[in-house]
Design a protein around this ligand. Structure first.
Ligand SMILES: Nc1ncnc2c1ncn2[C@@H]1O[C@H](COP(=O)(O)OP(=O)(O)OP(=O)(O)O)[C@@H](O)[C@H]1O
Length: 234
């Protein structure tokens, strides 16, 4: 089974600040939904950004889809195959309408107009968001924006998903809807979440970022091939 993403001993600090990540190890295997928790400011969003090359670590290694990734051009393919859903939907949605926001990614990837019309329709249908298609994006509610952001990322058919606090500001029915959507998706995912109920419903494994390092948590910790390999290495 092929490892999808892995941070190995990642060290990172913002300029002029102490290291926020200090030897962080996190791996994502096919079929996993790994929930990442940790205090505010622990470095969870930072770690997601490092995995897709939006930030470069001071030390350590990032592996993605079978290869080590070091420089910006190594990450072009990673960002195509790993869809990052940002913490703030307003960082990700910038087109006049919902349909245009969802079309943007596939058009940018070179898909034809006809294909994109089909992708937008199918993606909206699958997430039961068809009614929002012609709505003005910046006038959507916070919960609607979150679902549209997920749709915009899924329209690019990523192999893995990285979701940064996807249940933030969602009401109970919308959170349940998102839980059902995510557990039905075939993609492996890393989900940053402060929400214990959501984590319990969605995670196949949970980890915590603390003092710059990743610790396993909860009874739900499932032995992965990665853990088995580490155990074999003693
Ligand atoms: N662009 C930046 N420049 C300087 N410092 C930053 C920057 N982005 C984040 N930080 C700081 O780095 C630390 C880690 O931030 P990060 O957003 O990764 O934490 P987080 O665990 O995702 O937090 P939260 O749960 O509050 O979203 C915080 O102290 C934050 O203030």
């Amino acid at each position: 089974m092929a490892l999808l993403l892995e941070a190995q001993g990642v060290v990172f600090g913002y300029p002029g600040q102490p290291a926020v990540l200090d030897g962080a190890d996190l791996a994502l295997w096919p079929g996993e939904r790994v929930c990442l928790e940790g205090a505010n400011g622990a470095g969870k969003s930072t770690l997601l950004q490092i995995l897709v090359g939006l930030l470069m670590p001071r030390a350590g290694t990032v592996m993605a889809f079978g290869r080590e990734r070091r420089v910006e051009r190594d990450f072009h393919e990673v960002r195509r195959r790993a869809g990052l859903v940002f913490q703030d939907p307003d960082d990700q949605l910038f087109c006049p309408t919902v349909a245009e926001d969802i079309a943007f990614g596939p058009l940018n990837m070179g898909r034809s107009r006809a294909e994109v019309v089909d992708i937008v329709k199918r993606t909206l249908d699958e997430l039961r968001l068809t009614d929002l298609s012609d709505r003005v994006t910046h006038k959507l509610s916070g919960g609607e924006k979150r679902l549209v952001t997920l749709a915009a990322v899924l329209a690019m058919a990523p192999d893995v998903l990285l979701l940064d606090e996807p249940t933030n500001a969602l009401d109970e029915p919308t959170r349940e809807r998102l839980t059902a959507i995510l557990t039905d998706l075939p993609q492996a995912m890393i989900i940053v979440s402060h929400d214990p109920l959501f984590r319990r419903a969605v995670a196949t494994r949970s980890v915590r970022l603390e003092r710059g390092r990743i610790q396993p948590i909860g009874d739900g910790h499932r032995i992965t091939p990665h853990d088995a390999r580490i155990a074999r290495q003693g």
